[in-house]
Design a protein around this ligand. Structure first.
Ligand code: NDP
Length: 451
């Protein structure tokens, strides 16, 4: 980056941090995008004059609200709800809802900001938002989760709608939570519409939506590997997380001929040197989705496997690493270990799981590395396909959705190649994804005038 562009980044970040103090995840996400797009922006000075990036980094609207609910003991509980509506430049706001005790304004803003570029990359007409609450669904009864979801939606419903803002799931929000929120929306508004995605298949959901983020991440990684004439076949894969994204990333990796070695949760990881096959994965899905158990129970059931409490899986030797749990879960040291162990590809299933220092290690080592906003975009893309099916009141087959998903992931990969290929041929997927995502949003903003 030349000095002029660097000065622009420095000035921008100084203003942003002063205006949004303490929001470290938000600062991190903005800086990453800015460093990629600054050279493009300074080459197109009208983007600077119109303050396009400054406007994207200021959410269009932030809603923060009280969520009171009664627990099973009859005691009053109070949580905080959020919806950050970042950009409606290219379509209705769209993005997941996260229920996790760590949720705060910084995390909501970082996720909504990232979503802007991700949704733009999908080629579908979707703006960007993110929402959630510091509510922890872990250890709560179904009735408690239902009461919480109803209270959360009682406020949120004022701010969303099928042509306004269409939330989906994220950490801690799966089919159960979407069902309770949809039920409450329908009851309050007396409307059966596509206001949420990730719905059940019998009431407006799309085939393959649960699988889409994990599958899409593998499709994207396959496209990266193909640039080297390589594939998943015979590769050893290390995956973090054991939730929605991790489960289906593991399933697709297996289908593509890889050996999956690890999965994790927030308490530790399991390593199975024999590989987590289809049958073992089915056990994990049942354990996590139905019994809401912990990943350590895997090592009790399969004696060949080891459980590492309070550790992350990146020390396990592998060819492909897929961080699929949460933000900042893979740091510089762990990145160095992966590189030293011969890893050739890192495909992010989660949002911002690698720290900036880790990304630098991967890029310096010339690894195939994809940021989540490119490789995990299959989830929101399939949410977009769910919206389309709801609008035309039809349901496509699993095969049709899968074909669309593959096409979208290939298109995103192509866009990254177009804007991210460097002089020596190395593909900087971060740069490619950020610039491609930015251009489309910027063009729409210019067309709409100063709004
Ligand atoms: P789930 O809630 O289904 O699973 C999350 C997994 O990550 C669980 O195994 C959880 O463990 C683990 N985890 C959560 N927080 C932490 C933490 N602080 N440290 C270590 N492990 C943690 O969520 P998803 O699979 O839906 O989401 C995973 C990631 O993918 C997130 O970054 C999300 O934003 C991103 N994403 C999700 C999409 C989707 O379609 N669902 C779309 C695009 C991105 P535990 O059970 O202990 O909480």
């Amino acid at each position: 980056m030349d000095q002029f562009a660097q000065n622009y980044v420095d000035r921008f970040m100084a203003d942003l941090t002063a205006k949004n103090p303490g929001e470290k995840e938000f600062h991190q996400a903005v800086k990453e995008v800015l460093e990629s797009v600054a050279p493009y922006i300074v080459e197109h000075p009208y983007l600077m004059d119109l303050k396009i990036m400054e406007r994207i980094a200021e959410p269009e609207r932030i809603i923060i609200f009280r969520v009171p609910w009664l627990d099973d003991e009859g005691e009053v509980q109070v949580n905080r709800g959020y919806r950050v509506q970042c950009s409606s430049a290219i379509g209705p706001y769209k993005g997941g809802i996260r229920f996790h005790p760590s949720v705060n304004l910084s995390i909501m803003k970082f996720l909504a900001f990232e979503q802007t570029f991700k949704n733009s990359l999908t080629t579908l007409p979707m703006g960007a938002a993110k929402g959630g609450s510091d509510f922890n669904p872990k250890g709560k009864s179904d009735n408690e989760v239902m009461r919480f979801c109803q209270s959360f939606m009682t406020e949120l419903q004022r701010h969303i709608g099928p042509d306004t803002d269409v939330p989906a799931g994220d950490i801690g929000v799966g089919g159960r939570e979407i069902g309770y929120m949809f039920g409450q929306y329908k009851r309050l508004r007396d409307e059966f519409t596509g206001v949420l995605t990730g719905k059940g298949i019998t009431w407006g959901g799309s085939p393959l939506r649960p699988e889409a983020t994990g599958y899409g991440t593998c499709y994207f990684a396959s496209a990266m590997l193909a640039t080297k004439g390589d594939s998943y076949e015979g590769k050893e894969v290390v995956i973090s997380g054991s939730g929605n994204v991790a489960q289906y990333a593991a399933q697709k990796a297996l289908q593509l001929g890889a050996k999956v070695m690890t999965m994790s949760d927030s308490n530790g990881f399991i390593y199975d040197p024999d590989g987590i096959d289809e049958e073992k994965l089915a056990y994990i899905m049942e354990l996590k989705n139905i019994f809401r158990g912990r990943i350590r129970e895997y090592a009790d059931k399969y004696s060949g496997a080891q459980y590492f409490p309070n550790e992350r899986p990146w020390k396990i030797k592998c060819d492909i690493a897929m961080p699929c749990a949460t933000q900042n879960e893979l740091n510089e040291e762990e990145a160095k270990t992966l590189v030293a162990n011969g890893c050739i590809c890192v495909a992010e299933g989660a949002n911002m799981p690698c720290t900036p220092e880790a990304i630098e290690v991967f890029q310096k080592a010339r690894l195939l590395y994809s940021p989540g906003k490119a490789s995990n975009a299959g989830g929101v893309a399939t949410s977009g396909l769910e919206m389309t099916q709801n609008s035309i009141r039809l349901k496509w087959t699993r095969e049709e959705v899968d074909q669309n998903l593959k096409r979208i992931m290939t298109d995103i990969h192509e866009a990254c190649l177009k804007y991210g290929t460097e002089e020596d041929g190395y593909v900087n997927y971060v740069k490619g994804a950020n610039i491609a995502g930015f251009i489309k949003v910027a063009e729409a903003m210019m067309a709409h005038g100063l709004v």
